[in-house]
Design a protein around this ligand. Structure first.
Ligand SMILES: Cc1cc2nc3c(=O)[nH]c(=O)nc-3n(C[C@H](O)[C@H](O)[C@H](O)COP(=O)(O)O)c2cc1C
Ligand code: SF4
Length: 426
């Protein structure tokens, strides 16, 4: 299986040193792009690659770059979204701690393609140790002339900065991220205008995920068609998945887009713990609808296949649950997260997540009232599609899908039903 992004992972961080990165093929794409490509040609190559943003929404990267106006009175910016706060996701951490230059090189190439002289890496505060790794790598890139003025004699200037967040999940949402980067409270902005047109400090800004940007040097070196051919027609390339939960060998795995979910679980992750039966999988981080075992058997890990199964590829955080899992408990846990992380800006999400959690709390005590399962579903419905940003949907979708597919785990918590299952005396 071709590995694109994880080839230096076995070096366990030695590729953080610029010499090791160069010895293993690094910093070849940047000179190539500067010498052989016009900025527009870089964008064309990325379009050909069918690369879709790895931050969650899967938006085509080349198309996003194409939205940035050629002429702009305000400076343009490249922003790397390294906030990685989606529960179940830890791939960006390894991409940055094992191979920081790969992403940095991708960011400089993106800057060249978009006519941007400044970029920022917005990194989650808990990754303070990775911030140090990035800052060292950036300093090395300056020393060697890959950053700064007149990069490699090309006339192109580019500066790069690392900025830490302070532990708010909402600051991973691209417009809240920009607010935070500007020193304000991290509330999302109204879209449109989209950041590609009006972004950081009002200038055109491309916000891309760590993994998305790390792919760029490979597209320049090997061509967009090559990258696309590694995956499926509409989901080009390979993808990193963070697999957690009831598997024998959890971790980050790079596989081609379109790889069967069950192969990921059985081959890469060594199967389900204790040889138990699979009950459910959340395929794309805590925000996406849950899949039952039957759906898991058929699904391939690409945007279209997971969508056809009724969920989303999201951030690539695959959470595996075996037959011992209680989906009521796991969904309550997720709801607690969203209640805590709701930024409070809009009423449906601020109030709705709290109400959801209140109902979960009484059901957890086996004090659920008849109609509580319907109430949970209805509350989620009042949030879904009615909130200011996608966090509201992220809170609602897991609840609705869990009720649809694992209703019995919820029904057990209704007081009225306890007599039937012999728990009334507890
Ligand atoms: C609540 C919320 C949290 C998000 N958190 C992240 C994150 O931690 N990292 C990330 O790359 N994208 C995150 N996103 C998606 C970003 O808004 C944006 O779509 C992404 O950074 C674009 O990069 P891409 O095109 O490379 O995927 C989040 C979105 C929402 C709604
Ligand atoms: S949906 Fe939630 S996180 Fe998004 S703006 Fe509204 S309150 Fe804030």
């Amino acid at each position: 299986m071709t590995k694109v992004l994880t080839n230096r992972f076995h070096l366990k961080g030695r590729a953080c040193d610029i010499d090791v990165y160069k010895e293993t093929g690094g910093y070849q794409a940047l000179p190539k792009a500067l010498k052989e490509f016009q900025p527009d040609q870089v964008i064309e190559e990325v379009k050909k690659s069918a690369l879709r943003g790895r931050g969650g929404a899967g938006f085509p990267t080349g198309m996003k770059w194409g939205f940035v106006p050629k002429e702009s009175k305000r400076p343009k910016y490249v922003v790397c979204n390294a906030d990685e706060s989606e529960p179940g996701t830890g791939k960006d951490r390894d991409l940055m701690r094992y191979d920081p230059h790969q992403m940095i090189e991708g960011m400089i190439i993106a800057g060249y393609a978009l006519g941007s002289n400044t970029s920022y890496i917005y990194i989650r505060g808990e990754y303070w140790y990775i911030k140090e790794i990035l800052e060292k790598a950036i300093a090395q890139a300056y020393e060697r002339g890959y950053l700064g003025k007149n990069i490699l004699g090309s006339g192109f200037d580019h500066d790069m900065y690392v900025h830490p967040g302070a532990g708010a999940y909402i600051c991973g949402e691209e417009t809240a991220l920009l607010e935070s980067l500007e020193g304000k409270r991290g509330h999302p902005r109204l879209k449109p205008p989209f950041p590609a047109v009006v972004g950081l400090y009002g200038g055109p800004t491309v916000v891309n995920n760590v993994e998305t940007l790390a792919v760029v040097p490979h597209i320049i070196m090997n061509g967009g068609e090559w990258y696309k051919a590694l995956g499926t027609e509409k989901s080009g390339g390979t993808k990193l998945f963070t697999v957690s939960g009831h598997v024998n060998n959890p971790g980050n795995f790079e596989v081609p887009m379109g790889y069967p979910l069950m192969s990921l679980i059985n081959n890469e992750c060594g199967g389900i713990t204790g040889g138990r039966k699979l009950k459910a999988v959340i395929p794309g981080g805590s925000s996406v609808p849950i899949l039952n075992a039957e759906e898991c058997e058929k699904v391939n890990m690409d945007y279209e296949s997971v969508a056809a199964a009724g969920s989303m590829l999201g951030s690539g955080g695959v959470i595996v649950m075996d037959e011992t899992a209680d989906i009521f408990e796991s969904t309550m846990n997720i709801t607690h997260f969203y209640k805590h992380e709701s930024c409070g800006w809009c009423t449906p999400c601020r109030e709705g997540t709290r109400w959801l959690y209140k109902v979960f709390e009484r059901m957890k005590r086996y004090e659920g009232r008849p109609g509580d399962v319907e109430l949970l579903y209805d509350l989620a419905d009042k949030i879904l599609g009615k909130s200011f940003c996608a966090l509201g949907d992220a809170a609602a979708m897991p609840v609705q899908s869990a009720i649809k597919k694992f209703r019995e785990d919820f029904e057990r918590r209704i007081k009225h039903n306890l007599v039937q299952i012999g728990k009334a005396a507890d």
